[in-house]
Design a protein. Structure first.
Length: 483
């Protein structure tokens, strides 16, 4: 066996080892109940697609419709009878595709086979990536498609970039951010920075905007379906400057990313005098552009920028002297693994818990609250996100064998309507304050049970900073309206 064959086999062995390691960590979680947007958004839309197909009028009452790639694929799996573990396994396949994309980016930047495997391992060990592997949402598939689109562009496969980038924006709209660094790369390849001033070079950059045009077509279709071009939560991410700081924090600091950024800076410096210095610089821009183009508050929105960052970080570790490289790599992995569970020092509200495996502890609270309520056989329950989706989820989603009748306070209600229920549920993530106040004024509300502990639960650990503490306990109130 020659040396080249041995190196190729070693590379394959490394890729398989990283993939099996990731799947091994996630295997015990395949049966986890669906939570948050998986329930309220992607699975609900997929089920709507199964029931209504291309009957567009069925989608008109929705406040938003997510891009079709993931809901349609989930719908196809549901038609085939896919169980909850199989849906989670489906997301694991996207994770594997993302890791292979990281490998491809690193190789396209001149990294060796071992360095590319290291880049895969860095990505797999990042707490956010690990957490999203177990959630049925679009951020991980978008990250995988963006990674491959960028790798193809680095390999000068421009048409393939346009096709895969178009799939990315039809998976998650924020993937359009890749158009900016792609256009810059195509222009500077024509003759450096001065090419930005030459119209002929700018014409060469036109393939970079193809994903943006595909996104525009989707948004026009979205307006036909729902009556508005951009969903309200996405408008806030685009036009609220105050959110940019939080997005930058999630992109560059939290979840061990600051270590990756430092290593990536070393990688950029090492590549600067090489033949691929412009490709490396544009990869750095690709890792930095997302929070500026789409300042979404949940940390998972920054997942598509992780693959290029991990590729640069691996190049940076490889560029260090041997002993320093070994020590820095061990410390970096140790820091990442320590972040797999535990509260954030910054914010533990809502979807911030999806940035590591802490969300699984919150699922247990939701399961207990659902079981306690179901045991009382209530006529109806008043709730808001996320418990409204938990309590009325079908059995296959992992909570109750028989869904409860739930009235959402996000819909119009009256005091008389509220009085026809037995319980009101309050939990972080939504607000039942108005309904709670109306029932208290009537003297019809009393605290019945609290699910969870005041300290030691997710968001309220013993070492959680005071400014980052969030009460994620579930409060169950009994409703009794006097005649």
């Amino acid at each position: 066996m020659n040396g080249g064959t041995e190196r190729r086999l070693g590379s394959w062995a490394g890729q398989v080892a990283v993939t099996l390691g990731l799947l091994g960590v996630r295997l015990p979680t395949l049966g986890d109940p669906h939570v948050w947007d998986a329930l309220s958004c992607y699975l609900s839309q997929a089920r709507l697609m199964v029931a209504n197909g291309l009957h567009w009028a069925a989608y008109r009452p929705l406040p938003f419709v997510r891009p079709p790639v993931i809901p349609a694929s989930i719908a196809a799996l549901l038609v085939l009878g896919a169980s909850r573990p199989l849906l989670h396994l489906y997301m694991c396949l996207w994770a594997v595709l993302a890791l292979l994309g990281v490998h491809a980016i690193c190789r396209a930047l001149g990294g060796g086979r071992g360095t590319a495997v290291l880049a895969m391992a860095l990505c797999a060990a990042t707490p956010l990536f690990l957490a999203q592997t177990g959630l049925v949402q679009t951020d991980l598939p978008a990250a995988a498609l963006c990674a491959w689109a960028w790798a193809l562009l680095l390999r000068r496969q421009v048409v393939a970039f346009a096709l895969v980038g178009s799939l990315a924006v039809l998976t998650k709209e924020s993937s359009y951010y890749l158009c900016l660094p792609a256009a810059l790369l195509l222009v500077v390849r024509e003759g450096g920075w001065t090419a930005l001033l030459r119209p002929r070079a700018l014409v060469r950059a036109l393939p970079a905007i193809v994903p943006g045009l595909v996104l525009l077509i989707w948004l026009l279709a979205h307006r036909q379906l729902t009556g508005h071009l951009v969903a309200p939560d996405h408008r806030a991410a685009l036009f609220t400057p105050g959110r940019v700081l939080a997005a930058l924090l999630h992109n560059f600091v939290e979840g061990g990313r600051w270590c990756l950024v430092l290593a990536g800076a070393v990688g950029l410096r090492a590549a600067w005098r090489g033949p691929l210095h412009m490709e490396a610089l544009m990869t750095g821009i690709a890792a930095a552009a997302l929070p500026l183009c789409f300042a979404g508050l949940p940390p998972r929105y920054m997942l598509p920028s992780l693959p290029p960052l991990c590729a640069l970080a691996a190049l940076g570790l490889h560029a260090l002297p041997c002993r320093r490289a070994v020590g820095a790599t061990v410390l970096l992995f140790l820091w990442l693994v320590l972040g797999w569970d535990g509260d954030s020092w910054h914010d533990n509200s809502g979807h911030h818990l999806e940035s590591n495996l802490a969300y699984r502890r919150l699922i247990r609270l939701y399961q207990e609250a659902a079981r306690v309520l179901a045991a009382e056989q209530p006529v109806g329950v008043i709730a808001d996100f996320p418990l409204q989706d938990v309590l009325r989820a079908p059995p296959e989603d992992g909570y109750l064998p028989t869904p409860l009748r739930v009235t959402s306070v996000s819909d119009p209600w009256t005091l008389e309507t509220l009085c026809h229920h037995d319980f009101l549920v309050e939990a972080a993530g939504g607000s039942v304050a108005a309904a709670k106040q109306a029932l208290q004024a009537r003297g019809a509300l009393s605290l019945w049970r609290v699910i969870g502990r005041a300290e030691g639960e997710v968001g309220a650990g013993r070492t959680t900073p005071p400014w980052a503490r969030v009460d994620h306990r579930v409060y169950l109130y009994r409703v009794r309206c006097s005649p």
